[in-house]
Design a protein around this ligand. Structure first.
Ligand SMILES: [Zn+2]
Ligand SMILES: [Zn+2]
Ligand SMILES: [Zn+2]
Length: 140
């Protein structure tokens, strides 16, 4: 029996099929590695429609299978999330080399719940990115 792709498994658990075009998008993201943009995926897959790529990436984002990282110049890049890492997290991004580290913080999440109750908002999502210099860039 062929081993089932973890991405395929996650999709099917959520009731989605990994159709041919979706598989092409997933394979391309794997090839591109970390920090790919939506345009790079489109350029690599001229035969797959823009809308299909857009919807596949949106779905994978909703299922927390890819993360969206906003670089400090505003560029939006994506990276595939490992199967065990697909929980809510935030990013620290190196402004010099673009290295991304991930972190989680219960304290931060509690603080944000306080902000929601203080403002009376029902907060559906939040984005927190920290920018700075990574370990190796500091040594340069
Ligand atoms: Zn991430
Ligand atoms: Zn760096
Ligand atoms: Zn958070």
């Amino acid at each position: 029996m062929p081993s089932i792709d973890p991405i395929e498994r996650t999709l099917s658990r959520q009731g989605h099929r990994l159709t041919g075009p979706r598989r092409a998008v997933v394979d391309t993201m794997r090839l591109l590695g970390n920090h790919f943009t939506a345009e790079e995926v489109q350029q690599a897959l001229p035969a797959v429609g823009r809308a299909t790529i857009f919807r596949t990436m949106k779905l994978m984002r909703e299922l927390e299978m890819i993360c969206q990282v906003v670089l400090d110049d505003g560029t939006i890049v994506y990276q595939l999330v490992g199967e065990d890492e697909s929980e809510h997290h935030h990013h620290v991004i190196c402004s010099d080399c673009g290295k991304v580290a991930e972190f989680t913080s219960d304290g931060l999440e509690r603080l944000l719940e306080d902000v929601a109750s203080m403002t009376g908002f029902e907060v559906g999502a939040h984005r927190i990115e920290l920018y700075g210099q990574c370990d190796s860039c500091q040594k340069k």
